[in-house]
Design a protein around this ligand. Structure first.
Ligand code: HEC
Length: 150
């Protein structure tokens, strides 16, 4: 009986530490994921940055482009705001960073390919690869959305 209680206690503490490590892990994950605007901090004052707004246009454009490709239709217009993504102000001034600048190039190159109409499917997938490369350096949060575009 004593041993039963003892081992039960051990299991309990094991579970506790498991629980603790899960909590710890989650905390780490939350912290390393894209730092979202702090909700408790002036949530009602938060406005999407210029870059966030552009990203949302990019998501919509890519969804539509993927559908066009699936239907065998051509993609005939690229929202003009996307061409300015390299100068769109990011929440954390990402646009001023050289990493960000160099990662915009493959994306814009892929868009040029789509615009030329060479092989739109080829360049479309290049563009999604470019989303992934930048988001593996910058916030990884939107990766689930990006994977749906692949
Ligand atoms: C050159 C780097 C770069 C490329 C390429 C890029 N992103 Fe982003 N993306 C960012 C950064 C940096 C942010 C954070 C912007 C901010 O918080 O101001 C972001 C934010 C986002 C967001 C969150 C927007 C929001 O609502 O706040 C989504 C969704 C997103 N990107 C999707 C995409 C998709 C889809 C692509 C490709 C079509 C893409 N991104 C290509 C750097 C990039």
């Amino acid at each position: 009986m004593k041993y039963a209680i003892l081992s039960w206690l051990m299991v309990l503490s094991l579970n506790k530490s498991k629980y603790l490590s899960i909590v710890l892990l989650l905390t780490v994950v939350v912290y390393t994921a894209c730092k979202q605007p702090q909700k408790e901090e002036k949530a009602e004052m938060y406005e999407a940055s210029e870059l966030s707004a552009t990203m949302r246009v990019m998501v919509d454009f890519s969804k539509a482009a993927k559908q066009s490709i699936a239907k065998g239709q051509s993609i005939d217009s690229i929202p003009s705001v996307i061409w300015d993504m390299a100068t769109a102000h990011g929440t954390r001034d990402e646009h001023l960073e050289s990493d960000f600048q160099s990662l915009t190039k493959p994306y814009l190159e892929a868009l040029k390919g789509i615009e030329r109409g060479d092989s739109q499917s080829y360049y479309y997938y290049k563009s999604i690869d470019a989303c992934k490369s930048c988001h593996s350096v910058y916030c990884g949060g939107p990766m689930a959305i990006i994977n749906q575009l692949d």
